[in-house]
Design a binder for this molecule. Sequence first.
Ligand SMILES: [Fe+2]
Length: 244
Amino acid sequence: MHIKTIIYSSDDKFFSVLKKLTVMHEAILIKDFPLDNTVLIHLASQLGDLSRTGVGEKRSNLENEIIHRISNVKSLNDPYGFEILSTTAKPFLLHTDCFFSAKRVKFVILHCWIPSKIGGDSLLSSVVEVINQLSDHSLKKLQTNLIYTPYGKTSILFNGINGYGIRYNQYEINKFAITLGVSYDNEVIALLDYLDDVVESVSRSLKLDRKDCLIVHNERCLHGRTKFPTCEHRLLKRIRVNAP
Ligand SMILES: [Fe+2]
């Protein structure tokens, strides 16, 4: 998993270069990104329309009405009563964001304000590397509509303009199976366990430093994080960009 690293610059050329890089790379790390919410919003706006998933809900932990605070200060539940893992210090398996949203999310942007001294490492897996490891049978099966969602059944892998794309969040799949009152047969359960193993086997970890800003292509790269002690004051700020 290659992560393209660049240094922040405030000139307009920086954003035009960045836009080109987002086409070529699955993950981009911007070093020395200003600790300033308006700069973060400007960056995200350059990449597309801002996602409003979770915005305007009581449970949101927002700044500037659009930036989500990712910290373990206040553990929150979603409307179905399930814990929102990003508001805890627990590990978060590799996943893509907004798996069950009707609106697709193209980029997840994570800006580190306070790194965790112990744990809390970011994890990334490239969909290309995942696909290279999958058996032919599993690759075929994962492109069929086998996952229940509130909008009907959907596949995990799909063919996008630039090759394969992925939408996958095991925690959400299990959560919605309970809320929708459905269950998966043993073959699907084994397939998802196998996918988790493959995704983890090709993952790489990355320790975000203060002022690091990580842009993840949400359909070409899965992200997750390791657990960290609850006494840590780790703070990331997250903003998402919709697919066109
Ligand atoms: Fe996420």
